[in-house]
Design a protein around this ligand. Structure first.
Ligand code: UD1
Length: 431
């Protein structure tokens, strides 16, 4: 049996993916909805929660600020009680970006919130100025002391018109979470429009909040004085959906994805159609089938805020574009440092000309097995896509990143016929 010094995936490529899998609930909807539960004294139940490390980390954070939180059988139950408050330990805050989402609810509920610098993937500067400007517009004083952000509004928050400098996803969510208990009307202008924001707003409305316009550029919130608990099911993960579609296309597969929302993946579906990947869509199902003789064509794309092409699928589709005929340009316009997968893709033999945030991919190039390392969640997924399309046995390191965002991508791929396994580490073998 082979082993590795640190956890890694072993993959043998050039196997056509085929079969059916069901997609998990959305990571990026689970996190804000769990934070929303802090807004009430009553318990909230969130269903279809993916088993990923970021969920576990946020549970630890919710507990650290005084809530009870349990995760079993795909459901998270959060019971905040009356005494929630305090600061999450800095190392927990630094473990994920969404840790900062406790700020909005705690500020709204208790008039005070503080949190250390949020962590997450290292894909750019990732400032929090949009959140801070919004809290100030709602009447809070905000200062940074020793790396922690402290927001205070002892007399409560007051509704305001907040114009976001950038349609930040977590920024919009944090301000929505703060505004639902503010006095009067709040308008969030230039809001992010991602489906995860609509999912959060739906949970808040179930809790008794008054919100219109979620999923559009301007969200209007009429503050209420208290919220109840809610029972809420998450939307399917559109990034997991996209990754599986891209993996299927890269292996010229025949795959059916169940439990999906095709309308949340319009930009990807349009690009795949342009490349020549045929996809049949039903209300909650996508069937992708690529003939092994089909000639796939190059395309250009820009990663943008929703409904544009998702930045979280930029790295995975780059791996696919190494397998299509012609020259593609992929322009990353959301994060300034999200190209760390390119050097790793070149180790498989990919022909990619560096172009800053807009590399040029020349295809098709036959890929051959490589030993590579993912540096963030989606970069690691991209390397898995490349390994599936490469001849021979690859090893993909950095799978701790993968576990943060995908419930079981290797297991789903195995169910579709991929030859993929996590290698035991030398330590595990010796113990
Ligand atoms: C969320 C997603 C992440 C996705 C990203 C963009 C979660 C948990 N994560 O991250 O998977 O890749 O949306 O779709 O939902 N910005 C500012 N000021 C701010 C905040 C952000 O300038 O206060 C800039 C960032 O530097 C970046 C851009 O806005 O260039 C996008 O960031 P943002 O939308 O905030 O991403 P996240 O919410 O962190």
């Amino acid at each position: 049996m082979s082993a590795a010094v640190e956890p890694c995936l072993r993959l043998s490529g050039l196997r056509r993916l085929s079969g059916e899998v069901t997609v998990n609930g959305a990571k990026n909807a689970a996190l804000p909805c769990m934070a929303a539960a802090l807004l009430s004294d009553e318990p909230s139940r969130i269903r279809r929660v993916p088993e990923i490390e970021d969920v576990q980390r946020l549970i630890d954070i919710l507990r650290a600020v005084g809530a009870r939180a349990e995760f079993a059988d795909g459901e998270v139950v959060v019971t905040p009680g009356g005494e929630c408050g305090g600061t999450p330990p800095d190392e927990l805050a630094a473990a994920l970006r969404a840790s900062f989402l406790v700020m909005g609810p705690l500020l709204a509920r208790s008039g005070r919130a503080s949190c250390g610098a949020p962590g997450g993937d290292v894909i750019g500067a990732r400032p929090i100025d949009v959140h801070i400007a919004g809290f100030r517009a709602l009447g809070a004083t905000v200062e940074t002391v020793g790396g922690r952000t402290i927001a205070e509004a002892p007399r409560g928050l007051s509704g305001a018109t907040i114009v976001l400098d950038y349609p930040s996803v977590l920024g919009t969510e944090n301000l929505l979470l703060a505004a639902v208990l503010a006095e009067g009307r709040t308008r969030i202008v230039n809001a992010a429009m991602e489906p995860e924001i609509t999912c959060l707003a739906e949970m808040l409305v179930r809790m008794g909040a008054k919100i219109t316009g979620a999923g559009q550029h301007t969200i209007t919130i009429d503050g209420v004085s208290r919220l109840s608990g809610a029972d809420h099911e998450l939307i399917p993960d559109r990034i997991e959906t996209g990754t599986l579609l891209i993996a299927a296309a890269a292996t010229r597969g025949d795959v059916c994805l169940r439990g999906v929302r095709p309308d949340h993946n319009e930009a990807l579906l349009a690009k795949l159609a342009e490349i020549g990947v045929e996809i049949r869509r039903e209300q909650d199902q996508l069937d992708v089938c690529v003939d092994h003789m089909a000639e796939l064509q190059a395309t250009n794309l820009q990663a943008l805020p929703y409904p544009g092409f998702a930045t979280d699928l930029q790295a995975p589709i780059t791996a696919l574009l190494t397998q299509v005929e012609g020259t593609s340009i992929v322009h990353e316009r959301v994060f300034e440092n999200r190209m760390q997968h390119l050097d790793e893709l070149r180790k498989f033999g990919a022909n990619i000309i560096a172009g800053g945030a807009a590399p040029v991919i020349i295809g098709p190039t036959p890929l051959s097995a490589a030993l590579v390392r993912g540096t963030d969640i989606r970069a690691t997924a991209a390397l898995i896509v490349a390994a599936l399309a490469a001849e021979g046995e690859s090893r993909v390191y950095g799978i701790n990143h993968l576990a943060r965002g995908y419930a079981d991508l290797p297991g789903q791929l195995r169910a579709l016929g991929a030859d993929i396994e996590q290698l035991p580490t030398v330590d595990t073998l010796n113990s």
